[in-house]
Design a protein around this ligand. Sequence first.
Ligand code: GCO
Length: 451
Amino acid sequence: MNMNRREWMQRGATFALGIGLGERLLASTGKPPLSGEVKSAGSPKFPPKFLWGAATAAHQVEGNNVNSDNWLLERAPNTMYKEPSRDACDHYHLYEQDINQLADLGFNAYRFSIEWARIEPEKGFFSRAELEHYRRMLEACHKRGLTPLVTYSHFTLPRWFAYQGAWENPESADLFARYCERATAQLGDLIAYAATFNEPDIPYLFHWINLPNAPAGMDLAGLMAAQKAGLMQHLNAPQFSSFLIGDAEKSRENMMAAHTKAKSAIKSAKNIPVGLTLAMEDDQPEGPDSRYAEKQADVYVPWLKLAKQDDFIGVQTYTRSRIASKALPPPQGAELTQMGYEFYPESLEHTVRLAAKETAVPVIVTENGVATEDDTRRVEYIRRALAGVKRCIDDGINVRGYIHWSLLDNFEWIFGYTPKFGLIAVDRETQKRTVKPSASTLGKIAKANSL
Ligand code: GCO
């Protein structure tokens, strides 16, 4: 089901935020406009200064993130992780080569995360040396003309923070804001866009994801809770918690406060555009008993409301989800990705429209991609997803960039190294990089600023 614009407007009307402003008001939000807001309808060109990039996250590529909560989770008895992250892509040491490669391919932006577990390995001790490492990464970007978009928290947390209850801890918002302030003081002059959180809506999204082989009645959230109980016992740490396995409700409350406090902390150190990125499935209502509106209210609405105060919203979309009285599996015969998702690149257009409409702030696609061993399918996915982004732009929606997930084949959390999201392949033994045809295709599009 590929919905046309009219259907989209109707769907938007069922969305219970009561904003109803539409994209045409984007220009009059009173926000500091991000540079280069120019419409490009009728031209095959994307807007001037459009950001073309690829993304990574520290834990998924750096390797040996030993001070993080994830290092423990990956090794816990009955862990849900297929394998531990170990050396990952050794991006911690090979970042310069990777950044140069991205620039050589024709891109103009790089999205990566700085690792709190390295920067503040003990509560209250901020490592200048680790911050200098990230400064060198940022300098490497600038040297090659890449605009850096930095995520301050991409799931992983310092161990000490996890032992104190992670986001369930009432102190967590202040602790996060302090880290953001320190990091920005040392790095802010080189950061172009700051995202406090990557996909803070994920724990609620887990309530809506069906796992084909899960024990009866258990959704992903149920499995995560069971994992947490086991880990607390194993570590003999009654407070232990973590982003993906924490109490979703408590964590959300504290993370929302953390976002607001962190934004002020970042801006007090350096006035850069700040936002957050959201995991957004392209939800499509099915049938009279559809719980579509309920899912929207549960997962996205609180964050979209918060993002209305931000400088931009990061949209991260991979597939659609058809919502009847529960989320339906992909249609019979649909092409599936390595994640088991339906291959459905049009999902991005739909979520960009929704995010723009509901927040009225500029949109950056901060993640979009496909897990596949067949790189020709990635090329197809990119072309179709970008055609959708272009339609949004032609309709006057302020989309400022497209950042592909991911630069490298990397550690895909509980799925380990099996799913291949990268534009560049990585040999797991030698760390040798091999550029895939999709990287060259997207690089050429980036250089031409046109499909
Ligand atoms: C997430 C993240 C990335 C993933 C990517 C592919 O959504 O979990 O932001 O870390 O690797 O989305 O699943």
